[in-house]
Ligand binder design. Structure first.
Ligand code: 5GP
Length: 145
């Protein structure tokens, strides 16, 4: 499993503001944004700001911050989409399905009657993603109130 961090990976560029993202949440240690090729409506990624390829490279502080942010954003996704379930996923290494070499956590709403779309397969319409993000941001605001 490669631990050599490539600062030109797409999430590093998003973290540096060099590439856009549809952001729903940010704190000192993490950022969360809509997955551009969602497996289900509301599929959100939580990305630690630390330069780490995978879970094994992340500091304990980074891991704590990431799971706190994942729980907070997942609560908002649950409130916004009312799914039957939510999968939280995190892949380490290409053999495990990791396609972006910067550690991140998937929040994927699940429904009894819909199959998931393919992993990192099909680009979603940005306007639709913005609408989904607004629902999550509104739920985060509610949570904070
Ligand atoms: P992995 O396969 O590494 O666990 O997940 C990477 C995820 O990032 C995939 O679900 C893929 O759809 C998503 N993704 C890839 N490139 C981009 C991008 O440029 N922007 C956003 N928002 N998501 C991306």
């Amino acid at each position: 499993m490669d631990s050599q961090y490539n600062p030109n990976n797409i999430f590093a560029k998003i973290l540096r503001g060099e590439m856009p993202c549809i952001k729903v949440y940010e704190d000192d240690d993490t950022i969360a944004f809509m997955d551009i090729m969602p497996q289900a409506d509301g599929h959100t990624l939580v990305v630690p700001k630390e330069a780490a390829v995978n879970l094994f490279d992340l500091s304990e502080q980074g891991a704590e911050a990431a799971i706190r942010a994942t729980q907070r954003v997942a609560r908002a996704v649950r409130a916004a989409f009312s799914p039957d379930g939510i999968s939280i996923g995190q892949f380490n290494g290409a053999a495990a399905g990791q396609t972006v070499p910067h550690v991140h956590f998937h929040i994927v709403p699940r429904y009894n009657d819909h199959a998931l779309r393919g992993h990192a397969r099909e680009m979603q319409d940005p306007d639709l993603l913005k609408g989904h993000a607004e629902r999550i941001i509104a739920a985060l605001r509610e949570q904070a109130a």
